[in-house]
Design a protein. Structure first.
Length: 165
């Protein structure tokens, strides 16, 4: 039995692509460890994406809550302004941010002239002490203001007594 050149050529033409395909398949085949590593990376990416989405949703909820709070407080503020007017509202509601820095200035100062100037400025603020009625949320600020004035008067008296005695 003789194999001619044409037959060998035909066999080679059939076997070489099959062999090449097989070798390519073997070299490209990923190990179980490589597949697990790729899976872990993909899961981490998905976890990060999920965490980012959750953060976005939380921020949106915070914004909605703030808007809801604002919407519910706006009518109350508007009603207060209608009852007492802008000047009284501004004077009373701003006491909360006024009292701490003024108290700090009074505590730090030992200059009688400066303390008297602070007292003079504070007494120029128009507050509703003599009004027929007060609103409940005005009372804590007014109490703190009275305490500040009392503290200031005590400090002025102490310095005057020190200078006179």
């Amino acid at each position: 039995m003789t194999i001619d050149f044409q037959t060998i050529k035909d066999i080679v033409l059939i076997v070489v692509p099959i062999l090449t395909a097989y070798l390519t398949y073997r070299s490209n085949k990923k190990s179980k460890k490589e597949l697990n590593d790729e899976l872990e990376v993909r899961l981490r990416e998905q976890d990060n994406e999920t965490a980012n989405e959750i953060k976005k949703m939380q921020k949106q909820m915070e914004v909605r809550n703030m808007e809801s709070s604002w919407d519910s407080s706006t009518p109350t503020t508007q009603k207060y302004l209608e009852e007492v007017g802008h000047k009284r509202c501004g004077n009373v509601m701003n006491l909360q941010s006024l009292i701490p820095p003024v108290r700090w200035e009074v505590e730090q100062s030992s200059d009688l002239g400066e303390l008297k100037m602070i007292r003079e400025m504070l007494l120029k603020i128009e507050l509703p002490f003599d009004e027929e009625h007060l609103l409940p949320h005005e009372i804590p600020q007014l109490i703190q203001f009275k305490k500040l004035l009392s503290f200031l008067e005590q400090k002025i008296s102490a310095i005057e007594n020190q200078e006179n005695g």
